[in-house]
Design a protein around this ligand. Sequence first.
Ligand SMILES: O=C(CO)[C@@H](O)[C@H](O)[C@H](O)[C@H](O)COP(=O)(O)O
Ligand SMILES: O=C[C@H](O)COP(=O)(O)O
Length: 941
Amino acid sequence: MNPLVDIRQFDQSLWLDFISRPILIDGKLQRRISDEALRGVTSNPAIFAKAIGDSTDYDAAIAALATQGKTNDEIYTSLAVADVQHACDLFRPLYDGEGHGSDGYVSLEVSPTLVNDTEGTITEGLELWHAVNRPNVMIKVPATLEGLPAIRRLIAEGVNVNVTLIFSVERYKLVAEAFLTGLEDRAAAGKPLARIDSVASFFLSRIDVLIDPLLEKIAAEGGEKGTLAQSLVGEVALASAKQAYQLYKELFAGPRWAALQAQGAETQRLLWASTGNKNPKYDDLKYVENLIGPHTVNTVPVETLDIFRAKGQPKVRLEDDLEQAQEVLRRLPELGLNLEELTNHLEVDGAKKFNEPFGKLMESIDSKRQQALTGAVAAATMQLGQYQAAVDAKIQALNQQDFTTGFWDKKADLWVQDEAGQASIRSFMGWLRVAETMVGRVAEIEQFVHEVKAAGFKHVVVMGMGGSTMAPIVFKAAFEQGVGGLPMSVLDTTDPGTVREIEAAVPLADTLFIVASKSGTTAEPLAFGDYFYAKLKELKGDKAGENFVAITDPGSKFVTAATEQGYRRIFLNFSEVGGRFSALSYFGLVPAALYGLPIGEMLARAVRMMRACGAYGPVAHNPGLELGAALGVLAEQGRDKLTLVVPDALADLGLWLEQLIAESTGKEGKGILPVAGEPLGDVSIYGSDRVFVYVGYQGQADAANTDKLRQLQQAGHPVITILMQDALDLGAEFYRWEVATAVASAVFGINPFDQPNVQAAKTATDGLMKVVETQGSLPEKTQPVARENGVDYYAAVSGTNAAEVLQAFFAQTKPGDFLCLQAYLTESPAVSASLQELRLRVQQQLHIATTSGYGPRFLHSTGQYHKGGPDTGLFVQFTDDNPQDLALPGRSYTFGTFKNAQALGDLEALQSYHRRTLRVHLGSNAEQGLKTLLAALPKLG
Ligand SMILES: O=C(CO)[C@@H](O)[C@H](O)[C@H](O)[C@H](O)COP(=O)(O)O
Ligand SMILES: O=C[C@H](O)COP(=O)(O)O
């Protein structure tokens, strides 16, 4: 038995007189709707003042909006509208459902400063109605004399109106009249009347708060009047409500009403407001239990609602003792109390009670806004030596051409001149402002996180390739798991050993699997999804879908598949945001939030960088443009190896930067090669093809790196340093680097947003998989040139043993070349250490840049540069026997075969571009095989 539910049998609707972002996010409001028959929400300026001004819950959003240049009013409206929209969405099933009974509404009030301004109220009422853009919002308008014409007009416009601040039966009559006339105006204009709902909010406890002390004073004087006064104490509010209800019944009967009703009109129900008891002598439920009557609403504060749940006695009482109620109001004048005058005072006071907290709220927003505007983005220090003049000239030229304005206007001719290229560029520029859009989606994502935790999930696995998983990889390394977050793993390889490791490490039934694929057609994430879905099916049968979430573009085929498989949630990203530019969209932010990171703050920092880059008006220095111009000019002058130096915790930032830079710029034989994970060595080993970029933290000494960087700079190498305040600045840095990459691409005159060679490799792999499906295995076309100690060497060079093949292969090196290690192996510390050793030896002996990546991850990243960039790479591909292979459910091949196809497809692609390649097959034990190779490696150079 729950009185909150039982009260429904008396056709009384309970609404909640409160809103705040936490109750929207943490599921509390949803639970009240689903479990406790809550049927609506009212807000008012004082409620928002408490929610926003007295908490830090909205601070990140305020900072982001402030940085966008919004005024205090705009910030308030944006926050309130977002919350009301969110609440409206939670009530939408009720509103749309058959038993809606005119419920399912959320009220949003016009500014309290408009209390005596008819036109202002109409304008703002319409603005809020359109801004919230939900059929189940009610716009609250005060019942002042100036408010009445606004009510009529808004109703005539088809806006749902909650008339607030009604304190007397006389005024209530005028309110109902405004409503009826509004409906008549609308009918006369030939517009429909159905589903235009309105409530008249009659304020109760405040009446007793005002009148009781006056009565008590008279009572204290004694005599007949004293006795009468004593008998009226605590009776006036309820008596007013009862009389108003009788009037309601009268007004919404008879021919006038019948004519409107025939056109589908609903009555304007009475809503009891101010129903939290303020007098400790009275029962806490005085203004709830006594006002239960058919077709009425009571908006109840949280505490009162909870008391009603605990001990409420629902029963119709609104028409009890009607005569006595009339008597109360009739006899007041005998005591010299003029109710109308007194309630006028309540109206003035009511306006004040909203205006004062609202004023304080605006002051608090103002100070948070000012504070946000003082925040600066991390400065990039550029020590460019002999290149400084050329870079400065480029920056000046870009500024003269007003590049920043053109950039924000999406002028594609800043990059390429052909029409098709320009159209493609324009269609991928959604990333420019996606962070702003996501500021408004933080609450939605955080609500999802609460839902996932409430459902008992203990772990998250993000599965995808390239841009769809890079940001989560960076977050996992750069941050500790956040308070209240879930442990997170990322799967971005078809390597069966790694799939097994993840499967063994997570509690399957309690793990949430996120399948992230923009296109929804990439073979790897679909395979991961199929594999783990089959596992979950074994555990949970038809409920397997509960453990799956999709992030993909609208309209992708994957949306249909995920829907059919009953995925818990599908987040639709934005088709105009490309994969490697998607860190600040659902792809990065959903995993980040599940991992417990404050995504609102991260977005606020990103927006700050947007501002610095000119998103909200001209800037003297655009940090994204300046970095991009420097990288572009340096690359054109031969410094095309961007050597990234970072403290340990930021190691994986290199993966993200590699993809962004290599995949965006590595095409048409041009590009910048990101070199990540190469430890800094002696100055003498570096050629004149390097630019060094250090990304670290302010105030955190990193002497080993910074000393070496100083020496490099003194030796004439360009060095760029960016020092973040903390890891949350990654939001800003993602943005800076995205702009810089786009600008560097403009310097080269290429389209930064396509990846033709990655697509070609995907297509080649798909072709090979078709061969596997029809013939049962991959074609084995070549024989090794050498075979030694269980390791096979495949190359175009000749040699009779491993050392000779390696010698001949590396003998092809020219200054300015780079070594690229491609490991289609299970990632492990031992494998990584051997790869690092190989890099180091080559770097020290041949003085070339070295890169290393695990396959197939790098195919979706640096793979573009390998084939599309300049012909300066020496590629060593490592494969093994996939000793721990795994079957793929419903397919004729295994993960291992899939991975082999990817390696083979890419090798063929590299060779078709005449790249220098060496494939080393390590046999059944990759760790051992790598050691064998290192032992065979002769002195080079
Ligand atoms: O929306 C409404 C009425 O429509 C309510 O939020 C209404 O403003 C509140 O019930 C009152 O402001 C609360 O008044 P009180 O309990 O502070 O006297
Ligand atoms: O960087 C993107 C990868 O190629 C994956 O693409 P996707 O998100 O469409 O699956």
